[in-house]
Design a protein around this ligand. Structure first.
Ligand code: HEC
Length: 137
């Protein structure tokens, strides 16, 4: 019996220690989490560009169902546009403003991009910029 209570006491102490440790780790980890590096953004953006099906309509160089990434980036640079704001539904389209085309893209913003964080949207924008730079002529 004594042994058992000792064991319980020991377990309780041990648990306490563990708890303390895990909160300490959390407290330490939270402020340390900085911005994603350029490379990580490209990596994640590339993944999201397929996962969120962007790639089915946006080729790098050629117009598919939607304008090519090169064309989009060209206009966004010229007009100093904000891709993240557009993908958030907070900025109007500036590449192709034909209503049928806008509606196709809008369906993606309302669908695939509903539950995505701003940080993730930024990785998509970074990836598009990277692809554009890689394919300079
Ligand atoms: C079903 C086809 C389709 C899919 C999937 C799709 N798009 Fe589009 N996208 C379009 C069409 C069509 C346009 C042209 C209309 C427009 O410019 O808004 C467009 C336009 C755009 C534009 C330019 C908007 C502007 O300012 O005119 C961006 C940026 C863009 N798409 C990014 C994305 C991203 C990122 C994804 C994936 C999350 C995606 N698209 C998925 C069809 C698609």
């Amino acid at each position: 019996m004594r042994l058992l209570s000792l064991l319980i006491l020991f377990l309780m102490l041990f648990n306490c220690k563990l708890d303390k440790k895990s909160t300490m780790v959390q407290e330490k980890a939270a402020p340390q989490r900085g911005e994603l590096s350029w490379e990580s953004q490209i990596f994640l953006g590339n993944r999201l560009f397929s996962e969120k099906t962007c790639i089915t309509c946006h080729d790098v160089n050629k117009t598919k169902i939607g304008p090519s990434v090169k064309e989009i980036m060209k206009i966004y640079k010229e007009e100093n546009g904000d891709i993240v704001a557009f993908l958030r539904g907070k900025a109007k389209p500036i590449v192709d403003t034909t209503s049928a085309q806008v509606a196709i893209m809008q369906a993606n913003i309302d669908g695939f991009l509903q539950n995505i964080s701003d940080e993730e949207l930024q990785t998509i924008a970074t990836y598009m910029q990277h692809v554009d730079e890689l394919n300079r002529d």
